[in-house]
Design a protein around this ligand. Sequence first.
Ligand SMILES: [Mg+2]
Length: 140
Amino acid sequence: MTTDHAAPVTWPTPDPDAAWHRNEDDSAPDPWAHVACVVTWLNTRNGTGEEETALRLLKITEEAGEVTRAYLGMTGQNPRKGITHTRDDVADELCDVILSAMTALHSFADAPEAVFRTVVQRRAVRLERLLATGTVDGDG
Ligand SMILES: [Mg+2]
């Protein structure tokens, strides 16, 4: 699928039964519901081919670079620029990394939230074992 990036954005039609990306009362939406909406929009706009999948993975790296830039700006590492960012900026960029990874996960899992929970469960078991025994076998 070739994408005309100059074309007007076509928004997906919201499913009235689905959680949309923004709650009517302006409270924070469920992150997974929000990301599902983003994925629907991206799929509609950009398609779901291999190139789009690769670009969604690259987006994670782009956001990780923004974390680095914000952190360096927070520390004033470049004396010519001075302090340009705050801890909040770093936190915001870290959230962008997380959301980008959640978005990309949709390209590799039919039930990304369940996959994530399974991975967290494995990590929790591994941590519990580490804390109990001082050792962990296996990789991951
Ligand atoms: Mg960002």
